[in-house]
Design a protein around this ligand. Structure first.
Ligand code: TXA
Ligand code: MG
Length: 348
């Protein structure tokens, strides 16, 4: 299969993407978080194509992208009034934007979208090209991140093309993703009505709590799952974002890292650190992911940096984590620690 490279600002290309989607094909589309691999969410056959192209495990549900609140609620049913109110105020505050809200689904949403679960993740993306395609189609679009399963999510159309060409009919280039990490996933479908954060992202925990009060953070956000434990979001159980080169979190200082490198000089050890570390690690294989105190910059460049890690040709790579856990740092911590399989260097 030939993969077409469409451009969001070229006349006719939005319509070309919509035409493929109407024909039950998949198209990679830009969002403000990462690129997504989209298909008609109401067509079982179209959604099956997403799983095939990504080689995504069949038990990992997809997020459904909508034009706004009205289309979102059409896909849900039997929601308690208090939850409707909470969802409505979240949508008003954060949509369009990087927030996915999980609510009880209606029968019109095929089981393949939600991997058999009774609830569906809904998100209204902010990227104008994605919105234009949604408007042109008139139906909601299921879209996971447009990477082969297990790889870092793509933040440019070129990355999508490099990994999925020949497997999908088209990718629509809408420029680099501005946020750089996937959306925040918040479940409102617990029986007790307690909001549960399944994945930190561009809408921070602090911003959610300021609007709706206390949010419980799922334990899989900060720690590996205990074997045999069923995760709240099936995606949590898969190794994610992983470079091929083994990655370990280094909790010490740059000076301690230099001592560690000297002690292990027989190995080729790389560093994934901050822009401020460039000079310190001169002469060592080094990749930076933003500035140490700038969570948004780290989010923006982390996935690109994880892709570069494999170019260092290192035996293993030590990663400096962000200096805090709050705000955007929470999402960066989560993706980085998952990429490292939650492994940390000790005894340095
Ligand atoms: O920013 C994003 O959310 C991007 C762009 C393309 O919109 N999409 C994305 O999708 O990151 P994906 O499939 O890579 O990640 C979706 C995550 C997975 O961990 C999945 O298990 C979880 O959300 N999820 C989706 N629907 C769910 C549901 N009904 N219940 C629990 N978890 C769900
Ligand atoms: Mg993904």
């Amino acid at each position: 299969m030939e993969t077409r490279f469409l451009a969001a600002d070229r006349p006719g290309d939005i319509e070309a993407a919509a035409k493929l989607l109407r024909a039950n094909q998949v198209v990679a589309l830009p969002t403000e978080t990462v690129y997504g691999l989209a298909a008609n969410a109401l067509s079982e056959g179209a959604v099956a194509e997403i799983y095939r192209a990504k080689q995504r495990p069949a038990d990992n549900p997809l997020i459904v992208h909508v034009t706004g609140t009205a289309q979102a609620f059409k896909l849900t049913e039997h929601i308690p009034t208090a939850v409707v109110e909470m969802a409505t105020s979240l949508m008003a505050a954060f949509w369009p934007g990087p927030l996915t809200i999980i609510l009880p689904k209606c029968a019109q949403v095929p089981d393949i979208v939600t991997a058999g679960r009774p609830d569906v993740g809904l998100r209204c993306p902010a990227h104008p090209a994605f919105q234009a395609v949604l408007e042109a189609c008139g139906f909601p679009l299921a879209a996971p991140s447009a990477n082969p399963a297990g790889r870092p999510s793509p933040t440019t159309a070129r990355q999508v093309f490099a990994e999925l060409h020949g497997r999908i009919p088209a990718v629509l280039d809408g420029g680099p993703a501005t946020v750089g990490l996937e959306s925040t996933v918040l479940s409102l479908s617990a029986e007790n009505g307690q909001p549960l954060l399944l994945r930190p992202g561009g809408v921070t925990l602090e911003a959610l709590e300021a609007l709706i009060g206390p949010v419980v953070v799922d334990q899989a956000v900060h720690a590996p799952l205990v074997s045999g434990q069923a995760p709240s979001a099936p995606g949590m159980k898969y190794r994610h974002y992983a470079p091929v080169t083994p990655l370990e979190i280094f909790p010490g200082s740059p000076t301690e890292a230099l001592e560690y490198l000297a002690k292990h000089s027989a190995e080729r050890i790389g560093i994934l650190g901050f822009a401020e570390h460039c000079e310190t690690f001169k002469g060592f294989p080094f990749v930076a992911y933003g500035s140490r105190f700038d969570g948004a910059a780290q989010a923006h460049s982390l996935f690109g940096a994880l892709r570069q890690v494999d170019e260092l040709q290192a035996d293993r790579v030590l990663a400096f984590p962000p200096p805090a856990q709050d705000g955007m740092f929470a999402a960066v911590q989560n993706r980085l620690r998952k990429a490292a399989g939650f492994k940390e260097v000790s005894g340095y």
